[in-house]
Design a binder for this molecule. Sequence first.
Ligand SMILES: [Zn+2]
Length: 253
Amino acid sequence: MAKILFYDIETAPNLAYVWGQYDQNVVKQYREWYLLCFSYKWEGQKTTKVVSLPDFPEVYSEDPENDIAVVGALWKLFDEADVVVGHNGDRFDMRKANARFAFHDLKPPTMPMQIDTLKVARKYFMFNSNKLGDLGQHLGLGNKEATGGFELWAGCMRGDEKSWRVMKKYAKQDVDLLEDVYKRLRPWMNNHPNRALLDNRPDSCPTCGHYDLVRRGNRSTKVAQYVQYRCNNCGAYCRERTRLNSVSPNLVP
Ligand SMILES: [Zn+2]
């Protein structure tokens, strides 16, 4: 079966010197951003997990800003996954992760296919807001955990245990919400990685992998017609690969 990974990363901010408070140029960068934690869930598994800096006490006690173990754990997940799902994952999470992989001299993982639910939301719908929390709320799927703002990030960087607990709760909820939003938007995606292929189950729904398909007329292109099905599990449509022999025009518009 295809391994589908839902994930989200949280980073520490850059630290920099500035001369004032408003609309500033950075005078000198003091320390670069690093990974604080990431949350993930495999499709079909119940638990959402969070991997954070304090989970590696040997590294953390020596250098609380060293993300090598967290980055390594994320690399392993990417390497294992066939498909990764993230909100703004294409532009943000994956590239941020790649930056840390390269920094720690990790070679590229066997790159999974990517689904970016932010891109999906923008492409097929016109919601008022495409932020994950707003989508979740609007679609009645729940909301993001409250973070209390920047103080939470500051607390984690100070090593405050309560802040880490809240951060983990927040990160976990993000991935739970991500999965729900993905499932709601999924049947509209017409370029979803082919589950039937990845699962090696040729007659299952190419979007969700279930077998409960019902005939829904034909789908036509300019030159061919195909038998079309609708999936009773996810609601997506699919078609047979081979054309119906009955129609084969010699002329096309
Ligand atoms: Zn389906």
